[in-house]
Design a protein around this ligand. Sequence first.
Ligand code: CA
Length: 359
Amino acid sequence: MNNRRKFFKSLGLLSATALVGGLHPKNTLAKTKIKWKMVTSWPKNFPGLGAGAETLARYINKLSGGSLEVKVFGANELVPPLGVFDFVSSGGAEMGHSGAYYWKGKTEAAQFFSSVPFGMTSQEMNSWLYYGDGLKLWEEVYENFNLIPRPAGNTGVQMGGWFNKEINTTNDLKGLKMRIPGLGGEVLARAGGTPFTLAGSEIFTSLQTGVIDATEWVGPYNDRAFGLHKAAKYYYYPGWHEPGPSLECIINKDAYNSLSDQHKSIIDIACKAANVDMISDYMAKNYQALEFFKREKVQIKQFPAEVLSKLNKISDEILLELSQKNNLSKKVYDSYVNFLSRVRPWTLISEDAYLSSFK
Ligand code: CA
């Protein structure tokens, strides 16, 4: 062995020793063991959403070779479902899994990062978030709360909901008592209905006992699990109020910044993988549950165009008002509306035109 080769050989050994010895701790994933908590807004192992949180944690654990271990907590195990944002913000847990529209009381602009009535489809939403200004703006909106957001799931377009009377004209919405939270609820109220915000666990009984006349929940997969077809006659589509709801992973900023670049990348990529996984899971389970509803002779109906058109008009007014609440809302609204107006013509002559060709 000549001197030059000896030199490189010893250098190689030295580097290996240095790595094992922890001289470069940021690159030795196998030697570190970081344990994180993830609080969620979903019951433990809840189909779709809760499963999505578990999938995300599993991806992080696997990709990091166990060096970053995330333990998932269901709603109420550490904090109530709507306590996730504050808990992660203050560092009680390093991560959370939830939906951005729950935080409108903290910052109105958050609503654009889950779903708004008559807004983007899941694919349009992902395009805005990853390849438009969406994620950058989302980071800006959460900046003051010491949080870093990442898209981490999507249900795809939801169903319009379960009704105990037919909706033939906008007059049928007058006086309608419906469980429909958020902006969708505001739209219903302006159309003459009475929106209710009920937790998932309260929906079935409220519908069955007539406390409410109608409810939206998610789609066939989750709705079947609640047995909603036993409490209402008609199942309406489409879910105009939630056309492509994005779910979020929120990370405490100090905790995120304490990680190595590799661990940060693992979280980012795991969130993207979990995003794809959830929408695929929903697609596969929704069609099966829809087949079940058809076998059960559930009456599946489409909202009349006149009703959707009226709700769309009201929705535009409400979003405009939302944009006028503060500068940040205006900034996000402008980006969202501009992206949607430019991406939609493409959606219409691609996916939409393709599907419509076979009707
Ligand atoms: Ca819903």
